[in-house]
Design a protein around this ligand. Structure first.
Ligand SMILES: NC(=O)c1ccc[n+]([C@@H]2O[C@H](COP(=O)([O-])OP(=O)(O)OC[C@H]3O[C@@H](n4cnc5c(N)ncnc54)[C@H](OP(=O)(O)O)[C@@H]3O)[C@@H](O)[C@H]2O)c1
Length: 332
């Protein structure tokens, strides 16, 4: 009998998640039925969407999330023993799965592609869901052209740093907005962003006017709230906004929303939200393009790795508070 460690949603989050909100328990897994396989977690993801989706989850269920795991037993020929698999199995050390993608997020369950010498953990970041979010969410919605000015918020996170680098690959001028000067140094010195704004210490409106007097053509929005209203007010006519997330409101639902519609009307902006599963049918295209860019030296990545399944909660809260550079993952 296989035992699994599982984090159960015990109490709804109020503000920033607190330790007692999730409970770590041990459960026995049932024997495999035909079509099923047993996965042992190798790397697990902590993502902002977990906080955003939590209010809609029933109490008592395993907390939601994706992982890269290794298949230990199998009664499904498409998922053979010894292969790595990516799936939305939740915060669990061991899982019984059947390969169906009928999870809450409609994201695919799939055998991890061959990344060569690169870490399998990248299947949760630059070569997985966040990477595809950057690739499709930016290129398909912003449709950037060489010479245009692009602003990215949440710029040092998993999706944001990747979007900025794609914008550089496409010949754009890129300004990143993030929460520390160390992050800014990484974005400008290593990733070759043109400019950086620290939203915690700088006047974002003033900085944008100085750094982009020509106006902003594309905005990739990871954060929402005041930062986004300020960016949109500095956009050019017919600018394009890809709304990816709104992390500024995930822990704080009390903030008074500013009116962004004036900027949308006056600049005649095209604003479009998306969920990355829109491109499930092109999933491997995104991974292969990002892998090719890494291998060509055009795309860099960083991971903030926390050791130990038991430390998932800390890794999650630290990510929500901005401790991560690039993708936050947990090594089981
Ligand atoms: N639409 C989709 O399909 C899709 C898919 C994936 C992700 N997303 C969204 O994309 C965004 C980024 O996700 P990610 O996985 O790449 O996470 P991430 O950026 O790696 O991590 C979250 C970051 O958010 C920043 N942050 C936290 N509170 C903030 C606040 N009040 N204002 C501004 N920034 C804040 C922190 O960096 P600082 O130090 O800069 O504050 C933190 O590092 C999230 O909104 C997420 O929900 C959407």
């Amino acid at each position: 009998m296989v035992k699994s460690k599982v984090f159960i949603l015990q109490k709804q989050f109020e503000g920033l998640p607190k330790p007692g909100d999730l409970k770590l328990v041990e459960e026995e897994l049932p024997p495999l039925k035909d079509g099923e396989f047993l996965v042992e977690a190798v790397y697990l993801s902590v993502d902002p969407y977990m906080r955003a989706y939590a209010p809609n989850l029933p109490l008592g269920i395993p907390f939601i999330g994706s992982q890269v795991g290794i298949i230990k037993e199998s009664k499904n020929p498409k998922f053979p023993v010894g292969k790595y698999v990516v799936g939305m199995f939740g915060w669990r050390s061991h899982s019984v799965a059947n390969g169906e993608s009928n999870n809450w997020a409609s994201l695919p369950t799939y055998i991890l592609p061959d990344f060569g010498k690169l870490s399998t953990s990248l299947g949760l970041g630059v070569l997985g869901m966040p990477g595809n979010t950057a690739y499709f969410g930016f290129l398909e919605i912003c449709k950037p052209k060489a010479g245009e000015t692009v602003v990215v918020s949440g710029a040092a996170g998993a999706v944001g740093n990747h979007v900025g680098q794609i914008a550089k690959i496409k010949g754009c001028k890129v300004i990143g907005i993030a929460g520390s000067d160390d992050k800014g140094k990484w974005l400008v010195d290593d990733l070759k962003f043109d400019h950086f704004i620290n939203y915690k210490t700088q006047d974002v409106d003033k900085a944008l006017k100085e750094l982009a007097p020509e106006g902003i053509d594309c905005y990739f929005d990871n954060v929402g709230g005041e930062i986004s209203t300020t960016v949109m007010n500095n956009m050019n006519t017919f600018g394009r906004v890809s709304v990816c997330g709104s992390i500024s409101g995930y822990n704080d639902r009390t903030s008074k929303a500013s009116v962004v519609q004036f900027a949308i009307v006056m600049k005649q902006l095209k604003v479009e939200g998306f969920i990355v599963s829109r491109w499930n049918d092109r999933w491997s295209e995104g991974i292969q393009q990002n892998l090719a860019w890494i291998n060509e030296g055009k795309l860099k990545y960083k991971e903030t790795v926390t050791e130990g399944f038991e430390n998932m909660f800390n890794a999650f809260v630290e990510m929500l508070q901005g401790a991560n550079f690039g993708k936050a993952v947990v090594k089981a």
